[in-house]
Design a protein around this ligand. Sequence first.
Ligand code: F6R
Length: 248
Amino acid sequence: MKLIVSESHGQSAKLAAGQIEQCIQNKKDALLGLATGETPVPVYEQLVLAHKQGRVDFSRVRVTNLDEYQGLEQDDPCSYYHFMRGNFLDAADIPDGRFTIPKGNAEPAAELRRLNAFAAANVTDLQLLGVGVNGHVGFNEPADVFQDGYHIVELTGETKQSNACYFPGREIPGKAFTMGVGNIMRAREVVLIAFGEKKTSALRHVLEQGPVTPRVPVSILKFHPNCTIYVDKALMRGITPGPGIEVL
Ligand code: F6R
């Protein structure tokens, strides 16, 4: 596992975007697995800039996303579909036909069949991840077991509290569709980006010696053969990278 510590989150985002651009340069029709939330926004800004400047060719790139709140319509301003269109897809000229995301308002069993069939037929070339303060990846919350494929998850109180700010004046949904940890681990390349001291505790479970456990889902990345982690200095305060972490 590679660890790249930058002065700022903005710097980490530039480097992470550079790795994604390289992936697309190597494979024009790469399947990118993408994330939502505050953390990847500057990564998308960098990718859109690269697209506008003609440095990256997104014309064949395909995108899939980690998760979606259950019950939300795609055009709901709080949906992750809406987030992706607004922050990346439209500006990068990636149409719906090349974008796969759980449909929050779909009949759950049929939707899970559709998503798991997609995952069985397509290998993600590069999976971009953020991490929750409780160590969740996608919406794989702390649990007794790691889940393999797409499933529906009950969001923890901590996650609902962290994300309540994105639902002004309304209640945050209690459940979500999420890609499983198995899906994430089958990506050819994983890029995790995180910043700030509120994520220190979660990253300690990846970067320091200690068990891989579904109680801290992000810890599974210790077992990924091609994972790069971008963090800022503030997050790293108090973490001593263990053996097996290549600090660049
Ligand atoms: C979102 C996702 C989540 C977020 C995590 C961090 O698609 O998969 O795991 O990456 O909750 O969110 P932020 O970046 O808002 O701190």
